[in-house]
Design a protein around this ligand. Structure first.
Ligand SMILES: C[S@@+](CC[C@H](N)C(=O)[O-])C[C@H]1O[C@@H](n2cnc3c(N)ncnc32)[C@H](O)[C@@H]1O
Length: 179
C-alpha cells in the first residue's frame, strides 16, 4: 500500500521512528524524511541503522536525507512545512525498550489531526495499531472512533484486521485524502 504513495521527490514523515526500519524504507523511496521519536534510544538506533545503510541523517548542510527529531509527533507542524505524500504512525512501545513508554490516544489523535492537515492531496497516512496491550487497545478504539468522524467527501478510511493471525494481532488503518 505505502509503495504506491511514495514519491521519490516527495516528503515523508515517520511519526514514531523506533528502531528505524520504517524510516529506512521511507528514505529509500521518498525524497526527504522527517522522523520523530520522544526517546533518545530510538533516535540512536535509527541513526545507526541509517549510517549502516549510508543514508545521511547528520545535521550539517541542511540537505540531509533524513531529519531526526527528538520531540513528540504532536508538534509535527513545528517542523514539517511542506506537504508529505506519506505519513506513518507505528504506534505502541519501542521494540526491546521500555514498555511503559508508549504512544497514547490523546497525543496520537492530536498528531493525526495535524498530519491530516499537512498531508498532500492524494497522500496516505498509515497507522499500525497494537490492541494486544491495554493502552494499545484503548488507543485503537479512540483512533477508530475519531476516524469514523472524518468527512467522507475528503477522506477514505480503510481498516484492516489480520483475520488468520493470533487474536490481538496488529491492525492497520489507512487514510487517504482526496482534496
Ligand atoms: C512501535 S515503535 C515504532 C517502531 C518503528 N516504526 C520501527 O520501524 O522500529 C513506537 C515508537 O513510538 C515512540 N513514541 C511514543 N510516543 C511518542 C510521541 N508522542 N511522539 C513520537 N514518538 C513517540 C516510542 O518511543 C517508540 O519508539
Amino acid at each position: 500500500m505505502c509503495r504506491a504513495y511514495a514519491d521519490p521527490k516527495g516528503t515523508a514523515v515517520d511519526c514514531t521512528c523506533g528502531r528505524g526500519k520504517d524510516t529506512l524504507w521511507l528514505a529509500r523511496h521518498c525524497g526527504r524524511v522527517y522522523s520523530f521519536d520522544i526517546q533518545e534510544e530510538a533516535l540512536k538506533s535509527t541513526e545507526e541503522l541509517l549510517d549502516a545503510n549510508e543514508i545521511d541523517c547528520r545535521e550539517r548542510s541542511g540537505s540531509q536525507k533524513v531529519i531526526l527529531i527528538k520531540d513528540s509527533h504532536k508538534n509535527i507542524k513545528k517542523y514539517v512545512k511542506d506537504r508529505p505524500c506519506l505519513i506513518l504512525f507505528n504506534l505502541g512501545y519501542l521494540p526491546g525498550g521500555d514498555k511503559q513508554i508508549t504512544t497514547v490516544a490523546e497525543t496520537t489523535i492530536r498528531a493525526l489531526k495535524d498530519a491530516l492537515d499537512l498531508l498532500a492531496q492524494d497522500g496516505l497516512i498509515s497507522i499500525i495499531m497494537y490492541p494486544g496491550h491495554c493502552s494499545g487497545a484503548l488507543e485503537k478504539e479512540a483512533v477508530l472512533k475519531w476516524s469514523r468522524t472524518l468527512d467522507p467527501g475528503i477522506y477514505h478510511c480503510v481498516y484492516a484486521d489480520m483475520i488468520n493471525q493470533k487474536k490481538d494481532a496488529p491492525q492497520i488503518l489507512w487514510i487517504t485524502k482526496k482534496a
